[in-house]
Ligand binder design. Structure first.
Ligand code: BES
Ligand code: ZN
Length: 592
C-alpha cells in the first residue's frame, strides 16, 4: 500500500480514475444531492480499489454489465472521512456508484431564499478545496489523481446550474425540472469540481468571458469586472496562452466563505468585491492567474499548497503592476506583509505551520490555512526572480508551465526543475529557509516606494499627533487608505475612532477591505457607534478573511465579547460550515 497524500485514502499502487461521469439530482427540500458517478479507469482495476467519501450514504456499487460488486465503508476519520473499499472483478474498467450526500456535507451550502439577493428562490453552491469533494462525490480525492468529467445536473425549473466545466446544453425533464449538461475535457484535480444552482443571469464581458450572478446584481458585476479581458491578455503574456477555453465568473451570495475560488472556466467570487469602483479586482487577477499556477500546474497535495498560492500571489502582483504601475504593486506587497505578520502571530505557538513545505499528517488542511503559503511563497518566487532577472525568470516560467502542464507536482519536483534550469539560484536565495524553516528569512525581498514609505511614516506618527492632511484625505486611492489603516496602532481610543470616521467617512464604505479594517479597529476600541454596522456586516457576510479579524477584535473587551457572542448566535445559521468552525474557534479563544 502506498498513500502519497496524507489527506486521501488514494493508494498509488491502484489504478487512477481518468474520467468521471456524474448524474446529480439537486433536492432543495431535503438539502441533498442524489448522485450517480461512473468512474472510468485508464487501466483495468482487478481487486481492491480505495476511494474517499465523507458523510455519503452509499446505495449501490456496480460494474456495468456485471451487476453489484462487494464494497465496504471504513470507520469515519474526523478529517479524512470514510474509506470506501470496493473489490472489483478482474478487468474492470468502470465502476458505478449510487449515493446520496449528507445535509451537512462540508462542500455544499444550501441557502434559503432569504439568504439570496432576490429572496425568491433557494441557492446551492459547492466549495471543494481543500478536501471536501469527497462529501459531494465518492472519488480519489487527491490532486495527484487528475480527472476529466462530464455531468448532468437536474434542478427545479427556473433555476440555472453552472459548473467548473463547459456548458453542453439543457432540457426540461417534463416533471417540473431541468437537466443541465457539462463537459470538462481537461484533467483537473478533484478540488476543482464545482457546482452552483440558483436564479442566475449572465452578461458577456468579452468573446471568451462572461459574468453570472443573480438578476439583481448582474449589472453591477458586469461593470465591476469589465476589465477582465485586459487581465487575461496580461496573464497570457506572463504564462502563455489561456489553456481553458472560456474564463467565466460567478458572483455568489455573501455567505461564500472565500474571496474567490479558481474553479476552472467558472471562477467563484464573493459579492463583497462589488465595491462600485473596481478597487477589488486584484482578487480576479489572482483567480485568473490560478488558471496556470494551480489549475494547470497543481500542488501534489496540501503539503505543497504554496506552489499554488505563492506563485499565484506573485503573478497577481505582476499583473497589478503592468496594469496600474509600481506604486500600486508596492501597496499590494504591503497589504500582503500585513497578512503575513498576522498569520505568523496566529501560529506563534505552531511554528511547524509557518514553513512552506508542510507536514500535515493528522492535521486538517483547513486548520493549517493561513497567509503564509501565499505571502512567504510569493516572496520566495520574487527572490528567485530578482536573483536571475526578470527576463530570464520569464523564460523559466514558460518552460515550467510547459514541462508540468496538466500535472500535479511536489516541492521536490519544483526544486529539481529550478536547479536544472537556473542552477545555483535556490542556494543563492536561501530557498531552504523559506521551505523548511519557520518564520521569515531575514534576506527576504522588501518592497518599497516613496508613496508607501510616506504612508508608513504618517501612520507611525499617529501617537505623536500626526494626521493626514485635507488633501490626503480627499485624494488617496482605496489602496492607499487601506494600507494607512493597516499601519495604524491596533489599539485606538474612541476619540481616535471618531476622528477617523469623521474625516474618512469609513462607516459607509463600499470597499469591504477598508470597511472591515475600520470596523476591526473600532471593535478593538469598544467604539459603540460602530456596533450596528459591525452587526450588519457579520450577519450578512460569511467571508472568513473578514470574520476572523472582526470576531478576534471583538474579543478584547467584556462588552464587545458579549456583543460577539450575541451576533454569532444570530448569524451562525446563515454561515457556511467552514466559517462557523473558524468563528467558533475564535470565540473559544476568548478569555472567559
Ligand atoms: N484557492 C483559494 C481559496 C481557497 C484556499 C479555498 C484554500 C479553499 C482552501 C483562492 O485562490 C484564494 O486564494 N482566494 C483568496 C484571494 C486573495 C488571495 C486575492 C481569498 O479568498 O481571499
Ligand atoms: Zn489563490
Amino acid at each position: 500500500m502506498q498513500r502519497p497524500d496524507p489527506h486521501s485514502y488514494y493508494d498509488s499502487a491502484q489504478p487512477r480514475a481518468r474520467r468521471l461521469r456524474l448524474k446529480l439530482g439537486v433536492d432543495f427540500a431535503a438539502k441533498r444531492i442524489d448522485g450517480e458517478v461512473m468512474l472510468e479507469f485508464g487501466e483495468a482495476v482487478s481487486g481492491v480499489l480505495d476511494l474517499d467519501t465523507k458523510g455519503l450514504e452509499i446505495q449501490t456499487v456496480q460494474v456495468p454489465g456485471q451487476g453489484s460488486i462487494p464494497w465496504e465503508l471504513g470507520e469515519a476519520d474526523p478529517i479524512l472521512g470514510s474509506r470506501l473499499r470496493v473489490t472489483a472483478p478482474a478487468g474492470t474498467r468502470e465502476v458505478a456508484i449510487r449515493y446520496r450526500t449528507a445535509p451537512d456535507a462540508m462542500a455544499l451550502q444550501w441557502l434559503d431564499p432569504a439568504q439570496t439577493e432576490g429572496k425568491v428562490a433557494p441557492y446551492l453552491f459547492s466549495q471543494c478545496q481543500q478536501i471536501h469533494a469527497r462529501t459531494m462525490v465518492p472519488c480519489q480525492d487527491t490532486p495527484l489523481a487528475r480527472i476529466a468529467y462530464q455531468a448532468e445536473v437536474t434542478v427545479p425549473e427556473g433555476l440555472t446550474a453552472v459548473m467548473s466545466a463547459g456548458p453542453d446544453g439543457d432540457q426540461a425533464t417534463g416533471d417540473g425540472r431541468r437537466t443541465f449538461r457539462f463537459a470538462m475535457p481537461q484533467p483537473i484535480p478533484s478540488y476543482l469540481l464545482a457546482l452552483a444552482v440558483g436564479r442566475l443571469e449572465s452578461r458577456d464581458l468579452s468573446p471568451r468571458s462572461r459574468v453570472w450572478a443573480e438578476p439583481e446584481t448582474v449589472a453591477s458585476a458586469a461593470w465591476e469586472f469589465a476589465g477582465v479581458e485586459e487581465m487575461i491578455l496580461k496573464a497570457e503574456g506572463l504564462f502563455g496562452s489561456y489553456p481553458w477555453d472560456r474564463y467565466d465568473m460567478l458572483v455568489l451570495p455573501p455567505s461564500f466563505p472565500y474571496g474567490g475560488m479558481e474553479n476552472p472556466r467558472m471562477t467563484f467570487l464573493t459579492p463583497t468585491l462589488l465595491a462600485g469602483d473596481r478597487s477589488l479586482v486584484d482578487v480576479v487577477a489572482h483567480e485568473l492567474a490560478h488558471s496556470w499556477t494551480g489549475n494547470l500546474v497543481t500542488n501534489a497535495s496540501m503539503e505543497h499548497f504554496w506552489l499554488n498560492e505563492g506563485f499565484t500571489v506573485w503573478a497577481e502582483r505582476k499583473i497589478l503592476r503592468t496594469l496600474h504601475g509600481d506604486d500600486a504593486a508596492a501597496l499590494g506587497w504591503a497589504m500582503g506583509q500585513k497578512a503575513l505578520e498576522d498569520s505568523l502571530e496566529r501560529f506563534r505557538k505552531e511554528p511547524h505551520l509557518t514553513v512552506l513545505r508542510l507536514h500535515l499528517e493528522g492535521i486538517d488542511p483547513d486548520d493549517a490555512f493561513s497567509s503564509i503559503p501565499y505571502e512567504k511563497g510569493a516572496r520566495l518566487v520574487a527572490a528567485l526572480e530578482q536573483h536571475v532577472g526578470e527576463a530570464a525568470f520569464g523564460r523559466f516560467l514558460h518552460e515550467y508551465m510547459d514541462a508540468f502542464r496538466f500535472t500535479s507536482i511536489t516541492t521536490e519536483q519544483f526544486c529539481a526543475f529550478v536547479e536544472e534550469k537556473l542552477p545555483g539560484a535556490l542556494k543563492a536565495v536561501n530557498a531552504k529557509a523559506y521551505l523548511d524553516e519557520p518564520g521569515m528569512p531575514a534576506t527576504a525581498p522588501a518592497f518599497h516606494s516613496a508613496q508607501l514609505d510616506g504612508l508608513t511614516a504618517l501612520a507611525e506618527g499617529w501617537g505623536k499627533g500626526r494626521r493626514p492632511t485635507e488633501a490626503q484625505i480627499a485624494g488617496w486611492t482605496p489602496a492607499e487608505l487601506l494600507v494607512y489603516l493597516q499601519k495604524l496602532p491596533r489599539q485606538l481610543s474612541q476619540a481616535d475612532c471618531a476622528w477617523l470616521d469623521g474625516h474618512f467617512k469609513l462607516m459607509g464604505r463600499g470597499n469591504h477591505e477598508i470597511l472591515v479594517e475600520w470596523l476591526t479597529l473600532a471593535a478593538a476600541a469598544d467604539y459603540e457607534p460602530a456596533f450596528s454596522r459591525i452587526r450588519e456586516v457579520l450577519v450578512r457576510v460569511g467571508r472568513m478573511k473578514y470574520l476572523r479579524p472582526l470576531y478576534g477584535a471583538l474579543g478584547q473587551q467584556a462588552r464587545t465579547r458579549a456583543l460577539a457572542r450575541e451576533i454569532f448566535a444570530a448569524a451562525s445559521p446563515g454561515y457556511h460550515g467552514l466559517s462557523r468552525r473558524v468563528v467558533a474557534s475564535v470565540l473559544e479563544s476568548y478569555p472567559s
